[in-house]
Design a protein around this ligand. Structure first.
Ligand code: SAH
Length: 365
């Protein structure tokens, strides 16, 4: 029989994109027992084994089936930059040659992985380098979780407890379904078993998606990138504000379901002469009055081509002091990995995020 008659082979199922219930259904469709999904999760996420041939508690027949019918794709480390403070920035190549960055932030007792949810970002915040790339594509659930698999394995931390912050490239609520699937995969008791309170999702506030999140059984910590206290200034700094404005965002946050003692973190990038005056600080206090909030000030991380400056230390302290004096819990984000451009808003994949091979291919067509 020629290939024409048989038609193309069915696309392999990507195991890493599947939550455990979906993996059970898939295994059932192969005639295998659904409980093998638990074993597969343990191999993938606890032991870091990606070749079905090495999954020795699965039957030989199932292993062979998986090798031929399924694929398990893992991002490949293209580059690793280690900062003087131990922060490590990884450039990872995905299955299609696109690249994203992920950051490991060492701390005791818990380590933090800062993950990307998209290649590039559509939000185009005025002070953020990733926005310069535009959105290239969404990451699949397995590509989001895969960042943890790769980094934890590279760092010898597969068994160590960790936190996740979705603060790398991309806007998590602009890739809602894949992001939530990734979080459920990471939460699975047979895999990383990562509790939701160890995860922080940071968003510019895509309102319809924020409303969906409010109704989720799986509830990560929420951080909202606010950055401005007037509609006009936020329109300019965070362009999505033209669609989902500040007043509506704050109202949605005030309604957001929180457990006892939980609060929403508001991130506020401090830009010298733009949003860092005493008047801005006082407006911020008033704006957040209806919300159970804490504020995380992020002094601007400078990058070539971004037309902003970092305020002086005394200005940062004065801004924080105004919040604190009015009873707002405030912290100033320590910048980690600035010397390797791994700090907030400095993640960008140069060269249009295409691999040399892809650039060659596009030149040849
Ligand atoms: N898209 C999400 C996730 C990115 S998190 C969000 O915007 O929340 C990255 C955080 O770093 C955001 O608060 C972002 O506004 C901030 N940031 C971006 N560029 C920055 C820069 N140059 N200096 C400091 N913070 C920056």
């Amino acid at each position: 029989m020629t290939e024409d008659v048989a038609g193309p082979a069915p696309a392999a199922v990507e195991i890493t994109d599947l939550e455990r219930p979906a993996l059970q259904r898939y295994l059932a469709s192969l005639g295998a027992e659904p409980y093998h999904a638990r074993q597969l999760f343990a191999w993938l996420y606890r032991r870091g084994t990606t070749d079905p041939a090495g999954m020795t508690d699965l039957s030989r027949a199932l292993r062979e089936r998986l090798v031929t019918a399924a694929s398990i794709t893992t991002p490949v480390i293209a580059r690793r930059d280690v900062s003087s403070d131990g922060t490590t920035k990884y450039l990872l190549t995905l299955g299609d040659g696109r690249q994203v960055e992920s950051v490991f932030i060492p701390d005791t007792p818990r380590q933090t992985f800062c993950l990307s949810t998209q290649v590039g970002c559509a939000m185009k915040c005025a002070f953020c380098l990733t926005g310069r790339m535009g959105l290239v594509r969404n990451l699949r659930p397995g590509e989001i979780v895969g960042q943890v698999r790769v980094l934890a394995r590279d760092l010898g931390l597969l068994d160590a407890p960790f936190n996740i912050v979705l603060m790398g490239m991309g806007e998590p609520l602009h890739n809602y379904d894949h992001t939530m699937a990734a979080l459920r995969i990471m939460a699975d008791a047979h895999g990383f078993a990562l509790p939701a309170r160890r995860v922080t999702l940071s968003t510019v506030g895509v309102l319809p998606a924020l409303e969906r999140l409010a109704a989720e059984p799986y509830m990560p910590n929420l951080a909202v990138s606010l950055h401005a206290t007037t509609e006009d200034l936020r329109d300019r700094l965070v362009p999505v504000n033209r669609r989902y404005g500040l007043a509506d965002l704050v109202q949605a946050c005030a309604r957001f379901p929180l457990k006892r003692r939980e609060r929403i973190t508001f991130e506020y990038v401090l830009l010298a002469g733009v949003n860092d005056s005493d008047a801005h600080a006082r407006r911020l206090v008033a704006l957040l009055a209806p919300v159970r909030a804490k504020v995380n000030l992020i002094p601007f991380n400078e990058a070539a081509g971004l037309p902003f400056a970092r305020p002086s230390e005394p200005r940062i302290d004065a801004f924080a002091a105004i919040l604190a004096a009015r009873g707002v819990t405030v912290s100033v984000r320590k910048s980690r990995g600035r010397d390797i451009r791994a700090a907030c808003g400095q993640l960008i994949v140069e060269g249009g995020a295409r691999s040399p091979a892809q650039r060659m291919a596009s030149l040849m067509t």
